[in-house]
Structures are given as structure tokens and as C-alpha cells.
Design a protein around this ligand. Sequence first.
Ligand SMILES: [Zn+2]
Length: 63
Amino acid sequence: MPPIDPRAVVGPLAPPGCPSCRDRRRLWKDTSDSGRAPETWHWWCSGCRQTFEPTPQHKRFYM
Ligand SMILES: [Zn+2]
């Protein structure tokens, strides 16, 4: 993905949709693992219960 120009972004991004679920269910930000620092959160899908690695863009916008 190309880098995002911060000046071009006016609002928060919608959470990404799950690539595994047919309805592209919204992913949840999972920081529940106490062994992780908040900066290393994962996306969690309530449908298929998989976790996904956030992209650098996600980390920038959802911290
Ligand atoms: Zn899913």
C-alpha cells in the first residue's frame, strides 16, 4: 500500500473488514493480551475468531 499523506486524511478510518468472513465483518482492536504492549495490538474478528496483524497505517490511525 502507498503511504498515506496525513494532510489528506480528514477523519478516522473505518476499522478494516475481515478478509476471511464473507460479510467482511468489522475487526476489533485486541489489546487483551497482557504480555503485549499496547503498540503491538492485533485485530480480532468476532466472526471467525482469527487475529490479524495491523498495517503501519492502522497503527498510526488507531493508536
Ligand atoms: Zn472473520
